[in-house]
Design a protein around this ligand. Structure first.
Ligand code: UDP
Ligand code: MG
Length: 146
C-alpha cells in the first residue's frame, strides 16, 4: 500500500518553455539545465496554446496592461509544457529560472541566460503548490504523467 501522506503536490511544479525559447533554439539547453538541477520530468509535451487556453492560463493577469500582449506572445508559436518533480519543486524551480525580468535575474539562472526581456522571458514556473497542481492538470491527463 502507498502511504497516506500525499507528497505529490508539494514535490511538483509545472513549467512551459515559452515560444521565444523554442524560436531561439534554446529548448535543449534549458531542459539540460532543468535535469542537471535535479528535477525529474514526470510529463512533457510539445504543443501550442490556443488563444482561449492562454487567456485562461493567465486569467489572474487579465486586468494588467500587458495581458493582451502576453496572450499574443504565448500563442505565437509552440511551447514545451512539463511537470517536474523534486523536493521543494516550486521554490527550487523559481530559483532556477530567476526573476521575471532578465535584467534582474541572478547569474546562472535560465532567464539570465535565455530570456529576451521581461515579456519574452523563455520559461514559466508555477508560483505555488496549489497553482502547480492546477496548471499541471490544465495540460496533462493522468495517463500522460509518469
Ligand atoms: N509579463 C509581462 N510584463 C510584465 C510582467 C509580466 O509581459 O510587466 C509576462 C511575462 O511573460 C511573465 C508573465 O507575464 O512571465 C507572468 O507574469 P508574472 O508576474 O506571473 O511573472 P512570472 O511568475 O512568470 O515570473
Ligand atoms: Mg507568475
Amino acid at each position: 500500500m502507498h502511504p497516506k501522506i500525499d507528497t505529490m503536490t508539494t514535490n511538483r511544479t509545472f513549467t512551459m518553455l515559452k515560444p521565444d525559447a523554442i524560436e531561439n533554439g534554446h529548448m535543449g539547453k534549458i531542459i539540460d539545465m532543468i535535469i542537471n538541477a535535479g528535477f525529474q520530468i514526470k510529463a512533457m509535451k510539445y504543443t501550442k496554446l490556443s488563444v482561449a487556453q492562454a487567456q485562461e492560463f493567465y486569467a489572474v493577469h487579465s486586468e494588467r496592461p500587458f495581458y493582451g500582449e502576453l496572450v499574443e506572445y504565448m500563442t505565437s508559436g509552440p511551447i514545451i509544457a512539463a511537470i517536474l518533480e523534486k523536493e521543494n519543486a516550486v521554490t527550487d524551480f523559481r530559483n532556477l529560472i530567476g526573476a521575471t525580468d532578465p535584467a534582474e535575474a541572478a547569474e546562472g539562472t535560465i532567464r539570465k541566460y535565455y530570456a529576451e526581456n521581461k515579456g519574452r522571458n523563455a520559461v514559466h514556473g508555477s508560483d505555488s503548490d496549489e497553482n502547480a497542481a492546477i496548471e499541471g492538470e490544465f495540460h496533462f491527463s493522468s495517463s500522460e504523467i509518469f
